[in-house]
Write a protein that binds this ligand. Structure first.
Ligand SMILES: [Fe+2]
Length: 187
C-alpha cells in the first residue's frame, strides 16, 4: 500500500471531526500531488503523505504540548514513521514558533531533512488557506495575523521564519512551473 494512501485515511480519521482542518489538509495534499509529478515517485508519495498528515497534531486525542508540529511528529514516531515525523515536526518554519514556546530542543529531536520535499511541503501549506482555499504566501501570513493576533507565538514564529519560508517557496516554484507546464503540455 502506498504511504500516501494510508496517510490520507489516517489523517481523515483524526481531522475530519475538526471540519476545516481536514479541508485544509486535503487541499495541501492536492497541491502536493501536483508538485509531486515532478519528483521521483517515492518522494512524491512521501510529500503527499506528509501533506495529509502535517496538521494531525491538532487532533485533540494527540495533544500533549498543544504545539501541533511536535504532537503530530511524536504520534508518527510512535507508529514507526520517522521520516514523516521529521517532515511534520519541521513544516512551515515550526522551529521558530517552537523557540518562542520553549520547545526548540524537543523539536530538535526530529531530523529536519531540509530537502526539496520539505521545501515543497512548506510551499504547499503556504499557498493553502485555513479552509483549503488557494492563497499566495503573503495572504496566508495576513490571515494568520488576523486569526491569531499579532502577539501570538503563531504569528511571531511565522514572521521570524519568513525569510527561510521564502527560500522554500523559491525552491518549490521551479517544481510548480514544471507541474503547471505539464498540465498545458503533457509530456
Ligand atoms: Fe497546514
Amino acid at each position: 500500500m502506498e504511504l500516501s494512501y494510508w496517510a490520507q485515511r489516517h489523517a481523515r480519521d483524526l481531522l475530519r471531526p475538526l471540519g476545516r482542518r481536514w479541508r485544509h489538509a486535503r487541499s495541501v495534499a492536492e497541491k502536493a500531488r501536483e508538485l509531486g509529478a515532478e519528483l521521483a515517485p517515492a518522494d512524491a508519495d512521501l510529500l503527499v503523505a506528509a501533506a495529509y498528515l502535517h496538521d494531525i497534531g491538532y487532533a485533540p486525542e494527540l495533544a500533549v504540548t498543544g504545539f501541533h508540529p511536535l504532537d503530530g511528529a511524536w504520534h508518527l514516531r510512535s507508529l514507526g514513521f520517522e521520516r514523516l515525523a521529521g517532515l511534520v515536526a519541521h513544516h512551515t518554519g515550526a522551529r521558530y514558533e517552537a523557540r518562542l514556546r520553549g520547545l526548540e530542543s524537543a523539536l530538535a529531536e526530529f531530523d529536519d531533512e531540509e530537502s526539496l520535499v520539505s521545501a515543497a511541503l512548506t510551499y504547499c501549506d503556504l499557498v493553502t488557506g485555513p479552509s483549503g482555499e488557494r492563497m499566495i504566501p503573503a495572504q496566508r501570513l495576513g490571515d494568520v495575523e488576523v486569526r491569531y493576533g499579532e502577539e501570538s507565538p503563531v504569528t511571531r514564529g511565522l514572521l521570524a521564519a519568513w525569510p527561510e519560508l521564502m527560500d522554500a517557496v523559491e525552491r518549490s516554484e521551479g517544481l510548480q512551473q514544471l507541474a503547471g507546464q505539464a498540465v498545458v503540455q503533457p509530456r
